[in-house]
Design a protein around this ligand. Structure first.
Ligand code: GDP
Ligand code: GDP
Length: 438
């Protein structure tokens, strides 16, 4: 199972950011948002005792000047309810209980997600703890006194948070089926694909606003072999905060991709490939996962004999960092080429686990070096001695050279391409480690 997700919700100035920073320490992840616009802190990985979880800070939402606090809190609460496994609702002992707290507590109560109530700024437990009792009136259980700034009461708070984690969350996988994450923007057809593969309606597909559903693992058998599909759909609420939700859906995507062997990035043929699709593919690429681009809704566009080729060119241009990705054209609606999805998955699994013998590898290398002379700098030429494969998933090669600085990216790319010409390595990144040897 994925790491559980914990969200922090509360009014401005109650201490959300302080609590986030206190728990996250230095391990705060920076997620790049709309290119060139904001670099926003959204989530951090936290380890407490033996538990690991991902914490999200919904406090990054800035209300417009006209916005009222309550509206902002409602939005936060929605994001938390849609995304998190456990919600920390934080209030302020100094300000006491206010109306906005009551309203948000009512929303959270309806979500049926576990809510842990923290009362912050209890800097002096002896004199101030008495102040926390009025927060029982929120009707979301026992208030826990903390001081985010003084780092007091945090351990007890986390103990309660962890007690609400789903059983087995964050633990290692129990089965060794290949794990396929179906990822992509909302509405590209992820649920429909899983449904069609499954042939039944075990996964709910719906356009109804407010349908929520967490990532579900679905085991599908094909030719006697089990595959576990990790589905990240579920963030489908249609509202003004759709963009915010898409931003947080990235957190789910990362969690799913981390667990998978192969990421199937679903894109919408009607819409074409977008920056957001590239960002999602980048998550898989960065982690060395298998990568399949499934262009869905292929039934819904006008086609001639050049349409597919043109589409592939656009995809390759947008995903130039991952030109090894396999592209397939499918329709969840008609089932077109879904069997091919399985064939492609099998090919990618094979590529990821392929081991090339050192002897064979060096024949390719010697030939490559003979055909294109290694680069030189200030009269000193790169010498490539030999290479060997040290890992699979992703296939990783160590190349021994005379001087690391002389190994240009373009020459490494050339060697990579020669290896791919010989062995394929379809749909998988391959990694290189350059070592010096005298
Ligand atoms: P946010 O708007 O909810 O993210 O709140 P911040 O984390 O920015 O905190 C708002 C203010 O409360 C800041 O001035 C913090 O220094 C202060 N604050 C946060 N935690 C504590 C605490 O435990 N005790 C006291 N006295 N002040 C705190
Ligand atoms: P998700 O949010 O990525 O899980 O997307 P859904 O599976 O909920 O699909 C979103 C919408 O696209 C629904 O209205 C589907 O009926 C529609 N859809 C999904 N796959 C296809 C397809 O292959 N062709 C067409 N024409 N529509 C599709």
């Amino acid at each position: 199972m994925s790491k559980p997700i914990v969200a922090i919700v509360g009014r401005p100035n109650v201490g959300k950011s302080t609590l986030f920073n206190a728990l996250a320490g230095e391990r705060i992840s920076i997620v790049k948002d709309t290119p060139g616009v904001t670099r926003d802190r959204i989530y951090a990985d936290v380890t407490w005792l033996n538990h690991e979880f991902t914490m999200i800070d919904t406090g990054g939402i800035e209300p417009d000047s006209s916005d009222i606090i309550l509206k902002q809190m409602r939005e936060q609460a929605v994001i938390a309810m849609e995304t998190a496994d456990v919600i920390i609702f934080i209030t302020d002992v100094r300000q006491g209980l206010v109306d906005a707290d009551l309203q948000v507590a009512t929303m959270l109560r309806k979500s049926k997600k576990p809510v842990v109530l923290a009362v912050n700024k209890v800097d002096d437990f002896k004199t101030q703890e008495i102040g926390i009792y009025e927060f029982y009136n929120l009707g979301i259980g026992e208030p826990h006194a903390i001081s985010a700034e003084g780092k007091m009461g945090l351990g007890d708070l986390l103990d309660v948070v962890i007690s609400h984690f789903p059983e087995g969350a964050g633990e290692n996988e129990e089965d060794d089926n290949p794990k396929i994450a179906i990822v992509g923007k909302p509405n590209v057809g992820k649920s429909s694909i899983i449904n069609k593969l499954l042939g039944t309606n075990r996964v709910i597909v719906s356009d109804i606003a407010g349908t929520t559903r967490d990532a579900i693992d679905t085991v599908i058998k094909r030719n006697g072999k089990d595959y576990t599909f990790i589905d990240t759909a579920g963030l489908r609420r249609k509202s003004k905060i759709k963009e915010e939700l898409e931003r947080y859906s990235i957190v789910r995507t990362v969690a799913a991709v981390e667990r998978c062997d192969i990421a199937v990035v679903v894109i919408d043929a009607v819409e074409g490939i977008t920056e957001q699709d590239a960002k999602i593919a980048g998550i898989a690429h960065d982690r060395g996962k298998g990568l399949i681009i499934a262009v869905n809704k292929w039934d819904a566009i006008e086609k001639d004999d050049k349409t597919q080729k043109k589409f592939s060119e656009k995809v390759k241009a947008t995903l130039s960092f991952a030109d090894y990705a396999e592209i397939i054209y499918i329709s969840a609606a008609t089932g077109q080429r879904l069997p091919k999805l399985f064939d492609t998955i099998e090919q990618v699994l094979e590529s990821q686990n392929l081991r090339v013998q050192t002897g064979v590898l060096n024949e390719i290398l010697t030939e490559a070096v003979a055909m294109q002379q290694p680069p030189s700098d200030k009269g000193r030429r790169l010498k490539v001695f030999y290479m060997t494969q040290v890992a699979v998933k992703p296939p990783t090669f160590v190349i021994f050279v005379n001087d690391k600085k002389l190994m240009h990216f373009s020459y490494q790319r050339y060697i990579e391409n020669r290896i791919r010409d010989s062995f394929g390595f379809i749909g998988t990144a391959i990694h290189f480690i350059i070592r010096e040897k005298q």
